[in-house]
Design a protein around this ligand. Structure first.
Ligand code: NDP
Length: 248
């Protein structure tokens, strides 16, 4: 088993849901953390809790994944001791819109593509060469079951997650014969703020997403990420797909 103690993990979208749950698991394992999101107060609160509970070393970066110029400066903006990222978790992401493509605003399309696709791709490019030079690293991309089970109204979101699946699979070939691993984690329905974001404050619509279902929890997905990240050197987990047991 690979120990995560002392490794540096950068987690995007760490202010809630799956990203926050991954931060808790990694902190417990002794990983040094760079936590990124827009809501700085959430990140500060999480940092305090992780420091108090695990004596974790945590840096927070307030960053909008859509701010491409700032994103490109991220590696050099990281403080000493956190610049050599060993584990990159591309988790920040969202779906927007409740009607079909014809009812989806151009702005929402840009937001989904920039956040789910462009930012994730740039971050891999920004950190992969350092990982390859050190012959140590793991890129973990949070995809979705929506990449496989495409649904009406999901044109852009399903498209972005299908990109993540294809991207993850393809770059694994680029890093073959190195100790830089690549994993896609593809959850089914997880109870987080995802649906509240999607339906922009329409809580009834958000809650209806999980009606009649006992959804996955963010901690379940964090367990999967931990599993992938702690395999021995000869084992690379390509993808983990999970569903809520009550999910069709
Ligand atoms: P949440 O809404 O709880 O978390 C999303 C995270 O992404 C937040 O921390 C948010 O931070 C961050 N984020 C969103 N947009 C931006 C941005 N422009 N810049 C920086 N950070 C951003 O949802 P989940 O935890 O469920 O989602 C995490 C990932 O899991 C996503 O990629 C999602 O597609 C995927 N997923 C979720 C499923 C589900 O059912 N919940 C199922 C399958 C996949 P902030 O707002 O502070 O910036």
């Amino acid at each position: 088993m690979t120990s995560l103690a002392g490794q540096v993990a950068l987690i995007t979208g760490a202010s809630s849901g799956i990203g926050e749950a991954i931060a808790w698991k990694f902190a417990e394992a002794g990983t040094k953390l760079v936590l990124i999101a827009r809501r700085s107060e959430r990140l500060s609160s999480l940092k305090s809790q992780l420091t108090e509970k695990f004596n974790a070393q945590v840096e927070t970066v307030t960053l909008d994944m859509q701010d491409t110029p700032k994103l490109k400066q991220l590696p050099s903006a990281l403080p000493d001791g956190f610049q050599q990222v060993d584990i990159l978790v591309n988790n920040a992401g969202l779906a927007l819109g409740k009607s079909g493509l014809q009812g989806t605003s151009l702005e929402d399309i840009e937001t989904m593509v920039n956040t789910n696709v462009l930012a994730a791709s740039l971050l891999v490019r920004l950190f992969c060469n350092g990982m390859l030079e050190r012959n140590r690293g793991h890129i973990i991309n949070i995809s979705s079951i929506a990449a496989k089970q495409r649904y009406p109204g999901g044109g852009i979101y399903c498209g972005t997650k299908s990109y993540i699946d294809a991207f993850t699979e393809a770059i694994r070939h680029d890093f073959v014969n190195s100790q830089v691993k690549v994993t896609a984690v593809s959850p089914g329905a997880v109870q987080t703020e995802f649906s509240n974001v999607r339906y922009k404050g329409d809580d009834a619509a958000a809650n209806a997403t999980y009606e009649g279902m006992q959804p996955l929890l963010a901690a379940d997905i964090a367990d999967q990420v931990m599993y992938a990240a702690t395999r021995p050197a000869n084992v690379q987990i390509g993808e983990i797909v999970s569903f809520a047991t009550t999910q069709a």
